[in-house]
Ligand binder design. Structure first.
Ligand code: TYD
Length: 215
């Protein structure tokens, strides 16, 4: 029997600690014989990775930033995400459109109606708007995230923002989670890494996506 594809995105402010859990899930799905496409935004294709470099490092106005991010998303959807879902893969995507609403919309204060328009143009399919089946939101107090990030590496245009910016981003995620509660899994990312992992794994077991043994 052909398995249907699964589209899972991961969100949270910088420093919330998504990466190790995304890798853990990729390993857990593979251990069960699933094909996994591990990818990220902005990025995931050669063209979108070039756009990512610009968005993270070059100065630009907020409309240009939003357009480049959605251009990258279009290329990524067409060349990686849609083909992977059609094959029946589990697509694990480090950030997707909720990040645009949180960072460009809430963080930068960019017009949410324009973002909604872009979302419709870029994500429309013959079966409606493409959205993740589930979005895992690592929620963390921006003050804790700032301590975690301090001195970790040379910051990009977003990581260099003050804690107030991340508070707005966090509020943006909360608003998206509120408006689409069914899709969101909220994890308290202030817990230990192990506790976060147990909670995440358990949630996927309950959905029937992973077997009971936590890896
Ligand atoms: P991130 O996902 O944190 O990757 P890394 O762990 O390599 O730093 O970095 C991507 C940055 O891009 C992050 O600061 C959030 C930002 N971003 C947006 O502003 N809008 C978006 O739509 C997306 C997908 C990301």
């Amino acid at each position: 029997m052909k398995k249907t594809g699964l589209f899972i995105s991961f969100e949270g402010i910088d420093g919330a600690g998504k990466s190790t859990h995304i890798e853990g899930l990729a390993a857990a799905f593979k251990a069960q014989g699933r094909q996994v496409t591990l990818t990220r935004e902005p990025g995931g294709t050669p063209l979108a990775e070039k756009l990512r470099e610009m968005v993270l490092h070059d100065a630009m106005d907020s409309l240009t930033e939003a357009l480049l991010i959605f251009a990258a998303r279009r290329d990524h959807l067409q060349n990686v995400i849609e083909p992977a879902l059609a094959r029946g893969d589990v697509v694990l995507c480090d950030r997707f459109t909720d990040a645009t609403f949180a960072y460009q919309g809430s963080g930068r204060g960019f017009d949410l109606r324009v973002l909604q328009q872009l979302e419709t143009w870029v994500q429309e399919t013959s079966h409606g708007l493409r959205q993740p089946d589930v979005t895992v939101w690592f929620e963390l107090d921006p003050a804790i995230a700032a301590v975690r990030l301090a001195g970790a590496r040379v910051p990009d245009r977003f990581e260099a923002q003050p804690v107030e910016f991340f508070q707005k981003v966090s509020d943006g995620y909360a608003a998206r989670a509120h408006s689409d509660a069914q899709r969101f899994v909220r994890l308290d990312a202030a817990q230990t890494r192990e506790a976060v992992w147990q909670q995440l794994h358990q949630n996927f077991v309950q959905r029937g996506w992973l077997s009971t043994r936590a890896t």
